[in-house]
Design a protein around this ligand. Sequence first.
Ligand code: PLP
Length: 388
Amino acid sequence: MKLAARVGQVTPSLTLTVTAKALAMKAEGIDVCGFSAGEPDFETPAHIKAAAQQALDEGKTRYGPAAGEPRLREAIARKLQHDNQLNYTAENVIVTNGGKHSLYNMMMALIEPGDEVIIPVPYWVSYPEMVKLAGGTPVFVQTTAATGYKITPAQLRQAITPQTKLFVMNSPSNPTGIVYTAAEIIALAEVVVEQDILVVSDEIYEKILYEGAEHLSIGAVSHKLFTRTLVSNGFAKAYSMTGWRVGYLAGAVELIKACSTIQGHSTSNVCTFAQYGAIAALSESQDCVERMRLAFSQRREVMLERINAIPGLSCVKPSGAFYLFVDISKTGLTSLEFSNSLLESQQVAVIPGIAFGADDHIRFSYATDMTTIEKGMDRLEKFMRSLK
Ligand code: PLP
């Protein structure tokens, strides 16, 4: 069978592959310490489940509008106004099948052959592949541990060409957990306006912040920024709703309409009763978000201390999300060699940094329980000793 050329341009998601391998080993009865999954290990809060159950009982099981249930679009617009100081209305919002699909719709609506999209490295695994699927060209800007894995305004300016259409921002970041400060965002925003490009801000980890770190949505910097910004977000990480597949994109009405047309011909609407769970997530108490954040915070402390105490490994302290991005360059191994060997010899699953464009790193997720963290760190120590 001759597949379309576009398939050859993209690589399967390594994060999903490694997670599947670890799960298969677990199913065989092997005691795997899993640090690969990018999802909270908590149950979805009970009031959110109850709202979806009620929606089911009330017969909210039919097709709905492609752009999402009106009540959810309104609740999201209110959230964006209240939490992010972004002056959106329901018309500026489309509900999508997760944050991933919001970004995919946006790339499909905006990017075409010849367009360049600036992506700081390390990046979330799907950004470059989505750009390529849309026919565009990803332009990578290298960051390092020395600059806290942050792109500087000078680097952004230098990467911009007449073909540049979009700059992808992700703060807090997957895989590094870094959070841009307000001053850093304002400085990047100046370049966006000066060079007249668009920016998409992926804010899926905005609620998972530590030690006083604050989230600033780049579109809130000024009106000039607001009109050049698209915001992607979702319910997966903050509310532990990964399997529900509810996310959203906010931006200019013209773009949202275009995304709705694409969605209308590809997935129709997002699961109707799941959207009612999302309405409850936004409109009821946010205590559940804080409870999960506190648990992540404790795990981060323990894991970071253990990893930084192991000779040969080092990790920048993250201020957000639930990942540790660990520098393995001193081992001389590639990230795939390291992660395969760690899984086979110690049954510890991590994601190789190559998935994020950084082959001298591996990513640990600490969205898992403390017992697994302690056990996994013991095994990691053993593994590192065995390399000598
Ligand atoms: N953006 C980033 C940076 C992510 O890490 C993820 C999920 O891992 C997503 C977007 C997509 O999340 P979802 O599609 O589950 O809402």
